[in-house]
Write a protein that binds this ligand. Structure first.
Ligand code: SF4
Ligand code: SF4
Length: 129
């Protein structure tokens, strides 16, 4: 795991990895450009590739039941009280991007109101170089 890793705040409550408190319970997430091989110019052109459409708000207990909770918690790490996944990012024209597909922002915000597909999600923290 990288020594640099942002705290992930996510408001995509349609995702099975989402937990109350805008936490992401995935062990690892991957941020991509929407277009394969494309260079994003705005956060709307980025996506959380790890988004997995769930059954909706309030069903997180079911999602947790089906997850390998022990493995998830072991793989994730805790900053303060917030559980956060490790982040792999392929948006190499972002100011926060680092060789090795790391993100050196202290925190990132993932958004995607009414997201149904991965392209409906965005890394709001994206800043073009
Ligand atoms: S959309 Fe991405 S960051 Fe948000 S909960 Fe799902 S996997 Fe985690
Ligand atoms: S802030 Fe930039 S480098 Fe970090 S995950 Fe978002 S797009 Fe990638």
């Amino acid at each position: 795991m990288s020594t640099v890793n942002p705290l992930v705040k996510c408001s995509v409550d349609q995702c099975t990895h989402w937990m109350p408190g805008n936490q992401c319970m995935a062990a690892k997430i991957a941020i991509y450009n929407d277009e394969h091989g494309g260079a994003s110019r705005s956060s709307a052109e980025t996506q959380c590739k790890s988004f997995h459409a769930g059954k909706g708000v309030g069903d997180y207990v079911g999602a947790l039941h089906n997850a390998n909770v022990g493995g998830t918690v072991k793989a994730a790490f805790v900053e303060g009280t917030q559980i956060t996944p490790s982040v792999e990012c392929y948006v190499d024209n972002c100011q926060y991007w680092e060789k090795g597909n790391y993100c050196h922002a202290s925190a990132i915000e993932v958004k995607g109101p009414y997201a149904a597909k991965t392209v409906d999600t965005d890394c709001e923290t994206f800043k073009p170089r």
